[in-house]
Design a protein around this ligand. Structure first.
Ligand code: UT7
Length: 325
């Protein structure tokens, strides 16, 4: 039995923070940010939350697939920034959607999380444990960013993206045909955040530095440009196809230079690597499904085309998935 992506959805907070806004907050320039990252603006949550963004993205994915929330059997939310420890974000999404039948839980694999969640849903469906799933990446990274640190605060944005996946019908070609994922815990120091404050309730005795993201940008950069092409290669091998057979690469939107370097290593034309990083910044686990939704709705992915999804994140984690659309 195969597993196909039937619908996509996404949601971005209303507020937009531009590079010019950041110039007023830290010692940076629009030119530096654009040249080093490809970003111009990002969305920042004010009233939106991880579950509210996730639920909006899910509603749009269900609508796009022509399905009803009450028939959903599994909800997996990939997130590393949910506002509450308990209940998990997926159960709060279940409540918002009224998806009574679903099994719901979260996965934290940071920016790699969406691919880990998609892989998990794929295995649940293949094993016959359920017939369909909503897979979501949702983040409010702005809550754990140090807004005085120019080396990290210019990079991230908030948002959510979702896909509705379902078991295929007999003889159907559209499905996930290859996957690869991995973790490199020995590189955990490259990108970390020690704790999470409940909104508005930070205790004075807690060192606020512990509640913020710390990153060695250049180490993460080197890890990504080395590991992602290897991971994509493994996923393509598992699908029994090569780089030339891929129509579109939907990569984690962390840095346009990282994507250009990966394209070069794969010897694939950069035109096959669409980006929306200019408008969204790095939305962690949400970046791949947000971009996928934008491409799907713009008609830029056609039925029968081969799409590779791939990303990396804190952990370090990395993954790739090959889909026939
Ligand atoms: O989802 C995964 C999350 N993270 C990532 O994917 C991050 C991966 N890494 C990157 O994208 C890049 O390493 C960065 C964009 C973070 C940094 O770019 P870089 O080309 O590696 O710059 P750098 O860290 O080597 O810094 C170069 C210079 C430094 O100044 P000096 O020491 O050369 O005088 C930094 O202090 O740029 C300075 N710098 C800035 N200048 C203006 C760092 N951040 C800024 C800034 N504005 N925002």
């Amino acid at each position: 039995m195969g597993v196909a992506i039937r619908g996509t959805g996404s949601a971005l907070p209303e507020k937009i923070l531009t590079n010019q806004d950041l110039e007023k907050m830290v010692d940076t320039t629009d030119e530096w940010i654009r040249q080093r990252t490809g970003m111009r603006e990002r969305h920042i949550a004010e009233k939106e939350t991880v579950p509210s963004l996730a639920a909006s993205a899910c509603e749009r994915a269900l609508e796009n697939a022509g399905k009803k929330a009450e028939d959903v059997e599994l909800i997996i939310v990939a997130t590393c920034t949910t506002e509450m420890l308990l209940p998990c974000a997926a159960c709060r999404v279940q409540k918002k959607l009224g998806a009574d039948k679903a099994i719901a839980f979260d996965i934290n694999a940071a920016c790699g999380g969406f691919l880990f969640a998609l892989n998990t849903a794929h295995h649940y469906i293949e094993a016959g444990a359920c017939r369909n799933a909503l897979v979501v990446g949702s983040e409010v990274l702005s809550e754990i960013i140090d807004w005085t640190d120019r080396s990290t605060c210019v990079l991230f944005g908030d948002g959510a993206g979702a896909v509705y996946v379902e078991e295929t019908t007999k003889g159907e070609r559209s499905c996930i045909i290859g996957m690869s994922q991995g973790s490199s815990g020995m590189n955990g120091q490259m990108l970390y955040c020690r704790g999470r404050a409940v909104k508005g309730e930070t205790e004075p005795e807690i060192d606020s530095d512990d509640l913020l993201v710390h990153m060695s940008g250049s180490e993460v950069y080197r890890f990504a440009v080395r590991q992602v092409p290897v991971c994509i290669g493994r996923a393509l091998d598992s699908a029994g196809i090569g780089t030339d057979d891929v129509d579109i690469f939907v990569l984690h939107q962390a840095n346009s230079r990282i994507i250009e370097s990966i394209a070069k290593t794969l010897k694939a034309d950069i035109d096959r690597f669409p980006m929306n990083i200019e408008r969204t910044g790095n939305t962690s686990s949400a970046s791949i499904p947000i971009l996928l939704d934008e491409l799907n709705r713009a008609g830029r992915i056609q039925k029968g085309q081969t799409v590779v999804l791939s990303g990396f994140g804190a952990g370090m984690t990395y993954g790739a998935c090959v889909v026939v659309w």
